[in-house]
Design a protein around this ligand. Structure first.
Ligand code: AMP
Ligand code: MG
Length: 328
C-alpha cells in the first residue's frame, strides 16, 4: 500500500509518499519564503502554485504512477485557514480523481508518529517546538494528551520576532543560535513556567527592551527558553513514568536545546530521540505515515466531511490505530 500525504498548515508545502512497511519513498518540501513573516494568503498562493508539481515530483522520486497511490492524506489542522484550505482542496481533488480514500491528519500527532517511525522511541514524551506551536505531548488513555503548552506564542515565532526586530531575516532561530555561541554572559529574563505551561511574550518584550550586545541577548533568550522547556518536559516524564523523550518541530534543530534535553534525560535514566532534519520540520511524509496508520484503523473521511480544522486539538483524536500501548 502506498499513501500520499500533503502537508500545508503554514509556510511549508510538503508532499510525501510512504508505503505500508514504513519506507519513505518521497518527501518533497517546498517552503514559502517568509522573510517578512507569514502572510497566510500569500503562503496559500505559494502552495496552490506548487502543489501539482510537488505531487508529480514525489511520484517521480518514488517511481510510482498516479494509479499506484492507494490513500490520500492531508494536514487537516491546526494551522492557517487559507493554507489548510488550499491543500485540503488539492487532496480532495486527488482522492476523487484516483477514487481512493481520503484521511484528514492532525499535524501535531503526525510529528509524533513520524518520530516513532524514524527513531527507536516507542512511547515517548514529545517536545514539539515549531514556529507556531510549543507543546509537550504524550499518550495516555487512548489519546495523545497535551501535558503542557505555550499560553501565548510558539517559541519559534518568538525567536523570529526578536530576530526581525534586530535585523535578522526569517527564520531568526538558526542565526540566533550562531550568535549565542559567541556569548556566555547571562542576562536575567522572565522565566515563565506556570504549572506545565510556558509563556514567551513577556520574555520577548523584556529582551527587546534590553540594552546589551546582541550575542548576550541571543544567549540569554536561549538559556531561559530552553530551560523552561526542559523543566516541563522533565515533569511530564516524571508524571507519566515514561522514559523516552522525542523532539520535533523546527526549533529542535538547535544544538543547545538538544544538549539540555539530553542532559536532563540522561540524569533521569531516560533516552532522547531526534528524527533526521527533514522529519523534524513540517513535511509530507509525516502526514502520509499517519494517514497510513489511520486508514488501517478505518479513520477515513467522506469528502463532504473533510472540512479543515484551524484549531484542531491534539487530544481530540481517538488513537484507534496501533499507537503506543504502554499506559500509566
Ligand atoms: P517549523 O514551524 O517547524 O517549520 O519551524 C520553523 C521555526 O524553527 C522557525 O521559527 C525557526 O526560527 C526555528 N528554527 C529553525 N532552526 C532553528 C535553530 N537552529 N535554532 C532555533 N530555532 C530554529
Ligand atoms: Mg510542525
Amino acid at each position: 500500500m502506498n499513501v500520499l500525504g500533503i502537508e500545508g498548515t503554514a509556510h511549508t508545502l510538503g508532499v510525501g509518499i510512504v508505503n505500508g512497511s514504513g519506507t519513505v519513498l518521497a518527501n518533497i518540501i517546498r517552503s514559502y519564503p517568509a522573510e517578512e513573516g507569514i502572510h497566510p494568503r500569500e503562503a496559500a498562493n505559494h502552495h496552490a502554485a506548487n502543489v501539482v508539481d510537488s505531487i508529480s515530483e514525489a511520484l517521480g522520486t518514488a517511481g510510482l504512477e498516479h494509479g499506484e497511490i492507494d490513500v490520500v492524506a492531508f494536514s487537516q489542522g491546526p494551522g492557517l485557514g487559507p493554507c489548510l484550505r488550499t491543500v485540503a482542496t488539492a487532496a480532495r481533488a486527488l482522492s476523487l480523481r484516483l477514487k481512493v480514500p481520503l484521511v484528514g491528519v492532525n499535524h501535531c500527532i503526525a510529528h509524533l508518529e513520524i518520530g516513532r517511525l524514524r527513531t527507536d522511541a516507542r512511547d515517548p514524551i514529545l517536545l514539539y517546538v515549531s514556529g507556531g506551536n510549543t507543546q509537550v505531548i504524550a499518550h495516555t488513555r487512548g489519546r495523545y494528551r497535551v501535558f503542557g503548552e505555550t499560553l501565548d506564542i510558539g517559541l519559534g515565532n518568538m525567536l523570529d520576532k526578536f530576530g526581525r526586530a534586530n535585523g535578522i531575516p526569517f527564520p531568526g532561530g538558526p542565526v540566533m543560535e550562531k550568535r549565542a555561541l559567541k556569548s556566555s554572559n547571562y542576562l536575567q529574563l522572565p522565566y515563565s513556567v506556570k504549572g506545565m505551561d510556558v509563556s514567551f511574550s513577556g520574555m520577548l518584550t523584556a529582551a527587546l527592551n534590553l540594552d546589551a550586545p546582541l550575542e548576550d541577548k541571543c544567549f540569554s533568550i536561549q538559556e531561559t527558553a530552553f530551560s523552561m522547556l526542559t523543566e516541563v518536559t522533565e515533569r511530564a516524564l516524571a508524571h507519566t513514568r515514561k522514559n523516552e523523550v522525542l523532539l520535533g518541530g523546527g526549533v529542535v534543530r538547535n544544538e543547545r536545546l538538544r544538549e539540555m534535553i539530553g542532559i536532563m534525560a540522561k540524569e533521569r535514566g531516560a533516552s532522547a530521540h531526534v528524527p533526521e532534519g527533514e522529519f523534524c520540520i513540517d513535511n509530507g511524509a509525516m502526514i502520509a505515515w499517519t494517514g497510513y496508520l489511520m486508514h488501517g484503523a478505518g479513520m477515513t473521511l467522506p469528502v463532504r466531511e473533510s472540512h479543515i480544522r484551524q484549531n484542531y486539538r491534539t487530544d481530540e483524536v481517538d488513537i484507534l490505530w496501533k499507537g503506543p500501548t504502554k499506559d500509566f
